[in-house]
Design a protein around this ligand. Structure first.
Ligand code: ADP
Ligand code: MG
Length: 348
């Protein structure tokens, strides 16, 4: 590209709220056939709000089919008995306040947007909070923290399974919330009673036992122009994909709202695996633009043929990207591509 043409491109685009990092980016932007969006903070606003607090007993009622919509073959007798047994085993009566204060206190150690939504929701509802004495992030899965009630887990099914907690009792509740496009998280609290002795582990350490307290959920809203942008890209023949650490059902529900093919929704992608997903997408010779905002997205932005950062995104995302959208508007992806095309055609 001649310096003049490049300057024209950059000036035009800066006025349009699109910043290019280097001159060669205009050349690189050619031959793109796939546009991959991160979900949270990119296609959605990323300002999650706490929407649901479902203590375990309430979740069990839903699971027992007490609304009669899905009668069990035995008329629900078995489910009722199982629910009663579980109730008998439980040590604490769990209400909204206990569930939320334990979850939010634990999350007050985290910077994650999900954590902030839970903490803010608890504060709005006037629930008492404390700072955890110990705190650990489990990336892509949730958190582990110690509050005065004991050790707490907040996160997805995998986090529970990895710690010997069976998520089955709240599965129906989780699925209902996920179908609504919400991020549902399980909350478990260390049991006062010692866990079952594990003879296999000869280290004398008893595994910690947890009881499920319930489920909390947050919702996010899709950005105004996201749906039109997806439709316009598809109309122009681009493959449009979405990557998310969220679970499959939530990812598909949001994908549905945006008109993204369920097959193009890649869910439960761990932070460290986002770049590998881009590699896999580009393995057949496709050239992808990756649009993202988070620390997690930075390696994927570098791996993609062209990386695009949302302007309000994290510094490392912006540093890793070739293009930054100053107005946080997904529609500006179209503008960025159009400006690149126009500049290139002027040069030729
Ligand atoms: P995303 O890419 O959507 O921002 P992450 O990779 O950070 O997602 O997290 C993936 C999943 O792990 C979340 O959908 C949530 O279920 C769980 N998770 C992550 N961080 C937390 C947290 N602080 N509290 C509860 N759950 C969390
Ligand atoms: Mg994001």
């Amino acid at each position: 590209a001649t310096p003049m043409a490049t300057m024209v491109g950059s000036t035009l685009s800066a006025k349009n709220g699109v910043l290019y990092k280097g001159a060669d980016i205009l050349e690189k932007a050619r031959g793109i056939d796939t546009v991959v969006f991160d979900k949270t903070g990119t296609l959605t606003h990323g300002d999650m709000r706490l929407t649901d607090v479902v203590p375990i007993d309430q979740a069990l009622e839903t699971d027992g089919g007490s609304d009669g919509s899905t009668p069990a073959p035995d008329g629900g007798v078995l489910a009722d008995r199982e629910a009663k047994e579980r109730e008998g085993e439980r040590e604490r009566a769990v209400d909204d306040d206990l569930l939320l204060s334990v979850a939010a206190s634990a999350e007050s150690g985290s910077e994650h947007p999900l954590a902030q939504a839970i903490v803010e929701g608890a504060e709005e509802r006037g629930v008492d909070l404390e700072k955890p004495t110990e705190f650990e992030n489990v990336p892509g899965h949730g958190i582990r923290a110690t509050v005065s009630e004991g050790e707490v887990l907040v996160g997805n099914r995998k986090l529970m399974e990895d710690n010997g907690v069976d998520p089955a009792p709240v599965e129906a509740t989780m699925e209902r919330l996920e179908r609504e496009g919400k991020t549902a998280m399980l909350v478990a609290l260390e049991s006062a009673a010692p866990g079952p002795a594990d003879p296999a582990s000869g280290d004398g350490q008893e595994p910690r036992a947890y009881e499920l307290l319930g489920v909390v959920a947050t919702a996010d809203t899709v950005r105004d122009s996201a749906r039109e942008t997806v439709a316009e890209l598809q109309r122009r023949g681009y493959d449009v994909m979405m990557l998310t650490g969220d679970n499959e059902r939530t990812g598909r529900a949001i994908g549905d709202q945006l008109g993204i093919d369920p097959e193009n929704v890649h869910a439960e992608v761990l932070p460290e695996d986002k770049a590998d997903e881009i590699d896999a997408i580009q393995a057949d010779g496709s050239r992808a633009i990756m649009v993202g905002d988070g620390v997690n997205d930075a390696p994927a932005l570098t791996t993609a043929h062209v990386g695009v950062a949302i302007g309000s995104g994290t510094d490392v995302a912006i540093e890793s990207a070739d293009i930054t959208l100053m107005r946080d508007d997904p529609a500006d992806v179209l503008k960025a591509m159009r400006v690149a095309d126009a500049t290139i055609s002027k040069v030729r």
